[in-house]
Design a protein around this ligand. Structure first.
Ligand SMILES: Cc1ncc(COP(=O)(O)O)c(CN[C@H](C(=O)O)[C@H](C)O)c1O
Length: 348
């Protein structure tokens, strides 16, 4: 039985068109700024998101760390949501390498943070007891909040508070194009009130590797220095950027298919006795659902799902995540639902 892989949209593989473009990419030494494919990707990414400049990085984690290092000094404090990927899944890099303290404010079910909570968390200057607040972090779409999207208004409400206090806003936009497609809003509108953002080429856009960090020219010039310090300076990486250029041309509009599949998946899971999910809450390609305690733990069900050929991720004590992507067809969704029912019956 071939497993149906719903662990993440990071499992996506390059398209044939990407592989052809990679094979014939024009390349140069990017440390000298001479790789034409990288330069084109960075310029196109910045323009698409309404920023002055862009920087290719090896991952979303690297982008988020570079932004933290670029905005912060040792001993500063950054603010993010309790469910932020930057808090949960990036190896505490901001603390380990940036000497930066993280302060958490509640995320709501859609991944938003309350501007009033942000205002209350921003440190007043002039008190020697207090660290300086160096950055506010948003995430759109929001991974651990079931792929929830932030509207331009949600983003502006936090941006206004941050900017009134002179604090920059970083957007972890790993799946910003999912948000853009779900809201039918240009990505630049979602980026309008943040100072910099990162998006991932390697998730639903299906590239083999990479993210792009965009912001002002001054920010990117500084970020490039931090990237070099982290060992992220690249040479003829136009081979990778070529895939990104194909992704920008061919992989954004199709994200609506992944969202439809996720909605169908959630509707099917809601009909399986012992599982709890609100299909109406699903906006993009990520579905978190709860395992009723009388059925067992999430770990029990994950083991049964693996036995039945369904791969999932992000186990909480009672929660499981499924993520749709370009390799998951409508037939795979129906088969995954059938196999999930069988796994649940095994636990009964
Ligand atoms: C919102 C967000 N921001 C940043 C990252 C980090 O990107 P990478 O470092 O994996 O390229 C991720 C990766 N998310 C991955 C996943 O969802 O499967 C990993 C394994 O957690 C992310 O979801």
């Amino acid at each position: 039985m071939t497993a149906i892989d719903l662990r993440s949209d990071t499992v996506t593989k390059p398209t044939d068109e990407m592989r052809s473009a990679m094979a014939t990419a024009e390349v140069g030494d990017d440390v000298f700024g001479e790789d034409p494919s990288i330069n084109e990707l960075q310029e196109r990414s910045a323009a698409l998101l309404g920023k002055e400049a862009g920087l290719l990085t090896s991952s979303g984690t690297m982008s988020n760390l570079i932004a933290t290092l670029a905005w912060s000094n040792h001993g500063d404090e950054i603010i993010m949501g309790t469910e932020a990927h930057m808090f949960w899944n990036e190896s505490a890099g901001q603390a380990a390498l940036g000497g930066v303290q993280t302060r958490l404010v509640p995320n709501d079910s859609q991944g938003r943070i309350n501007p009033d909570d942000v205002a209350a968390a921003i440190r007043p200057s002039g008190n020697l007891h207090f660290p300086r607040t160096s950055m506010i972090c948003l995430e759109n779409t929001h991974n651990r909040c079931s792929g929830g999207v932030l509207t331009p208004e949600d983003t502006k409400s936090v941006g206004d508070v941050a900017h009134a206090a002179g604090v920059p806003v970083h957007l972890d936009g790993a799946r910003i194009f999912n948000a853009s497609v779900a809201l039918e809003v240009p990505p630049a509108e979602l980026a309008r009130d943040v100072d910099d953002l990162s998006f991932c080429l390697s998730k639903s856009l299906s590239c083999p590797v990479g993210s792009v960090l965009v912001g002002s020219q001054d920010f990117i010039d500084n970020a490039k220095r931090w990237r070099k310090m982290l060992g992220g300076g690249m040479r003829q990486a136009g081979v990778l950027a070529a895939a990104g250029l194909v992704a920008l041309d061919t992989m954004i509009d199709r994200l609506a298919e992944d969202h439809q599949h996720a909605k169908r998946l959630a509707a099917g899971l809601a009909n399986i006795d012992g599982l709890t999910v609100d299909p109406e809450s699903i906006q993009t390609n990520i579905v978190f659902f709860e395992v009723d305690e009388d059925l067992g733990t999430a770990a029990d069900l994950i083991a049964a799902l693996n036995r039945n050929g369904v791969l999932v991720s992000y186990p909480g004590k009672q929660s499981i995540r499924m993520v749709t992507h370009r390799h998951i067809s409508p037939e795979d969704i129906e088969e995954a639902l059938s196999r999930t029912s069988a796994a649940v019956r095994e636990l009964r």
